[in-house]
Structure formats: structure tokens, C-alpha cells
Ligand binder design. Sequence first.
Ligand SMILES: [Ca+2]
Ligand SMILES: [Ca+2]
Length: 208
Amino acid sequence: MVSTRVPVPAQQQMVLSRCRFRQSSRMCRRTLYHMLDARQTTLKSRLDQPLPDFYPIRMSPLPILLLFGVLMIGPLHGYVTYEVSIVDRGRRYIVSNEYEPFDLEKMNDRCKQRGGYLVQIDDRDEQDKVAGFTSAVPGKGPYFTGLTDNEREGWFYTYNDKKWANYHRFRWFQPDNWYNEDCVEITDWGLNDLACGTNGKYVCEIPI
Ligand SMILES: [Ca+2]
Ligand SMILES: [Ca+2]
């Protein structure tokens, strides 16, 4: 960066100190005038210098250490981050960004830590919205919901509040309980029952 401060030589400083209270004298006025002209010329020559392509960024090491901690220590403690969220009708939906064996209790607890629960589909509009945004998430599913029939085959309820599901629209030929599928993924084509423990992501619903 170009400095706009021009140092005053020691000899001129002496003249300045002598002329401090004698600015009306001809000698002092002439000296001060020449000094001012010389300083302006020096400053102009500095400002005329071409600018560098970029300036070095002075950064405190603290943010770098914090970022390193989040990246390295976080995964070691099983921390799950979320990559997508939308806000709709007073509820926020977020989806995990890691593929893990799906576990209703464990994933619902993680959603609780975020102030919500595994997503509960209440009507067609909500199912369409959640299906729409999960299909926009980079990477593939499955994206698990909080719906399950693990208590009684074919009777689906929402895991968090243990109430019968208000609404569910399965895709063609589903649910088929193929090899005992008791958890439910959401897709663009409708819901599908999958085996709990299948590797996938999950969706949390958070009231706001
Ligand atoms: Ca089943
Ligand atoms: Ca199925």
C-alpha cells in the first residue's frame, strides 16, 4: 500500500521548531513554503506509483484454528452437519449430509438437538415440498422420514409423537415390506418403505 506520510528531515524539523512562533518572518515563510512544495512533490510521486495486483491479507490464526477444529474434531465426535434448508409454513426442513445406517431413535434425537424431529408428512403439499427439496440436494438418497410401521405391519405412524400418520402417499406397488422394510424414504414419485439400517440421509422438520 502506498504510504501518504512523508517524513520531515531533521534539518527542516529544526527550522520548523525555530519558526514555530515566528511565522510572520520572511525567512520562515519562505522556508515553510519550500518545505510544503517539496513534500507535495514527494507525495505525488508516491501516489503515481503503479498499484500491486493484490495486497497480502493479514489474517489472525484464530479463525484458521477454529475451522481446523470443526473439520477434524467434529467428525470424530459423530457431528452431523446439514447442507440444505428451506422455510415453508412456519417450519424449516434440513437434511443430513452424510450417509449413515438409518436408526429411528438416533436420528430423531439428532433432530431434537436441532430443535425439531424426524419429518412428519401432514398433507400432500408438505410431501411435495419435502420431496422437491430433497431431490435438489446434491448426491443421491435415500432420504428417510419419521414414518414407520415397526410396531404393526402396514400400520404407519410418526416416530416422534407416536401418532398415526395424517397423510402418506406411497409410490406404485409400495409399501411392499420387501425383506421386512419398516422405515420410509421420500422420493419424487412418492414414499417407499425401506429396511431400517439402510445407508442414507434423513430429513428433520423444525418448527420456527
Ligand atoms: Ca413394514
Ligand atoms: Ca419398499
